[in-house]
Ligand binder design. Structure first.
Ligand code: ATP
Length: 510
């Protein structure tokens, strides 16, 4: 399903609404509706269980959003959590200078791809893309151009050279996509942290930030957690919580939001063993994604070329979103940077005594960090399809169906009396519903023809529909319909619970 329809579906079926919509919305802020919150909670539960419940050496916390302002000085966010901002003077639109330059390089890449497609058509089965790319003069020239653009961009970003970013925009004659004008302001650093003021303390002293990542709540609590749970290194601390970033350009729905949720785990290890654990988590996290049934070619690793100031290795797990491959999760080897910084600014020791080594040290950290909302979007774009199915009369028709992994589905089973004006049927159905609702999130629906009710459940991803008909009253059996195969079979009322439980349990994923 294309992206526009996916966004519309999310609103129509109560998954995601624009925040404050009646006031024309707040840009890049979204609210989760009745089905959205269920799906999101299930994603969080899958993550939490596979991290905390499945690892005896990982424990959870829930730290506050507000932290002492020195936290963000220590972490480097006050000084370095910036994006380069540039305004177009004619359209008054705001852009990230680095994204404008990357977009320019992407256009050249598109030209290469067109040439490759044309050649593939021309040569048919005999076509060897790698060889073509390596030998075709025009492609080599264009590839060199791209490499040069990205290298210069990388260097300017690393050096924080805003003048050179502006010079690059001018050299490539990049125009504003909105107005077509090349009338740009200077490029300047823009800090992405939101801030507010603490109670009655005026000025810099009382300046508070909304956390831009959850990780720091874990770092500052490292010793509290270690001592209170008597964990031995290696061990991890996991957390799910809100983070806030004043993103300059926030398009693409819930992919880039100003208020979002992160699921992060910091794993504390002995210095020198971090690469071993980095590789372990890189592998483990990809497996977590694949357990949902995501096809191999929709996920890939992307190694960072330019490492952040705190990292000695970093990789993204990218997902093939409707707008292309983008970062879904990051795995970073953060060295002892954060703990050392907090030690320096707080004056408190953040060291671990290793009984095996008989020494004190500041542990190294490997982190896995995934955006819950991005995961939501990945799950939805994987699941939502429009497909041809036979209707009740056997004629070809189309349906929109959300083929969610059953463990993540907002509603697990819908109970539907065949007819609504036959009291014996509605009573029997209500009884089944009242029993099942103690075990799963269920729905009772008696409105409209049965076919339309099935379609409604398909659209929200309900894996099973139970239909109560006249035979039910005779033999205590119901029809249970499978969302994906459309197969319908009769089972005993007493067996519904275990049948559904078997299929929808999160255990299936762990
Ligand atoms: P990007 O390069 O896309 O801005 P990032 O590298 O800044 O992301 P991290 O700081 O590594 O992201 O954050 C970890 C995870 O948090 C990301 O992999 C992503 O899933 C999520 N995330 C980051 N920023 C946002 C945002 N503005 N909206 C939604 N999710 C986000």
């Amino acid at each position: 399903m294309d992206f526009k329809n996916l966004v519309a579906h999310c609103k129509e079926y109560g998954f995601i609404f624009q925040s404050s919509e009646i006031y024309d919305g707040l840009s890049a802020v979204y609210d989760y509706g009745p089905y959205g919150v269920e799906l999101k909670n299930n994603i969080k539960s899958y993550w939490w269980k596979s991290m905390v419940q499945m690892h005896e050496n990982i424990v959870g916390i829930d730290a506050a959003i507000f932290m002492h302002p020195k936290t963000w000085k220590a972490s480097g966010h006050v000084d370095a959590f910036n994006d380069p901002l540039v305004d177009n003077k004619d359209s008054k639109k705001r852009y990230r200078a680095d994204q404008l330059i990357e977009g320019y390089a992407e256009k050249i890449e598109l030209k290469i791809r067109k040439d490759v497609e044309k050649a593939a058509e021309r040569y048919g089965d005999a076509f060897d893309e790698a060889q073509f790319r390596a030998t075709n003069a025009r492609i080599i020239e264009r590839q060199n151009q791209i490499d040069a653009i990205l290298a210069r961009l990388g260097a300017a970003m690393k050096a924080g050279d805003m003048d050179d970013l502006k010079a690059q925009i001018e050299t490539y004659e990049i125009a504003c996509p909105e107005s077509g004008s090349k009338n740009w302001t200077e490029v300047r650093q823009f800090n992405l942290m939101f801030n507010t003021q603490l109670g009655n303390i005026a000025g810099e002293e009382g300046k508070l930030y909304l956390r831009p990542e959850t990780a720091q709540g874990i770092f500052v609590n490292f010793l509290n957690v270690q001592k209170s749970t008597r964990q031995k290194i290696p061990f991890g601390i996991a957390q799910i919580g809100k983070a806030f970033r004043n993103e300059i350009v926030a398009r693409q729905f819930i992919f880039r939001m100003r208020e979002f949720e992160q699921m992060e785990m910091q794993f504390f290890v002995r210095p020198g063993t971090e690469m071993e654990w980095y590789n372990y988590w890189k592998d483990a996290r990809l497996k977590w994604h694949k357990a949902l049934g995501t096809v191999d070619n929709k996920l890939r690793y992307h190694d960072h070329d330019n490492l952040a100031h705190y990292a000695n290795a970093a990789v993204d797990i990218e997902f093939d979103f409707p707008f292309g491959f983008r970062e879904l999760e990051g795995i970073h080897s953060r060295t002892d940077y954060d703990l050392t910084q907090h030690q320096a600014l707080s004056g408190k020791k953040l060291q671990y005594f290793d009984p095996e080594q008989n020494e004190n040290y500041v542990p190294y950290v490997v982190e896995t960090s995934i955006g819950c909302d991005r995961m939501f979007l990945a799950v939805l774009s994987n699941a939502l399809v429009e497909e041809a199915v036979p209707d009740a009369e056997g004629q070809e028709s189309t349906r929109v169906v959300m083929k969610l992994p059953p463990a993540l589905a907002p509603v697990k089973v819908a109970v539907l009396p065949l007819l609504k004006n036959k009291e014996a049927l509605t009573q029997a159905a209500e009884k089944i519903y009242n029993d099942l609702k103690r075990h799963f999130n269920c729905q009772y629906d008696e409105k409209d023809a049965i076919g339309r009710r099935y379609r409604r459940q398909d659209a929200i991803g309900t894996p099973y529909c139970v239909t109560v008909d006249f035979d039910t009253l005779e033999d205590n059996t119901v029809t249970i319909r499978d969302r994906d195969t459309l197969e319908q079979k009769r089972i005993k009322i007493d067996d519904i619970r275990s049948f559904v439980q078997d299929k929808v349990s999160i255990e299936n994923l762990l």
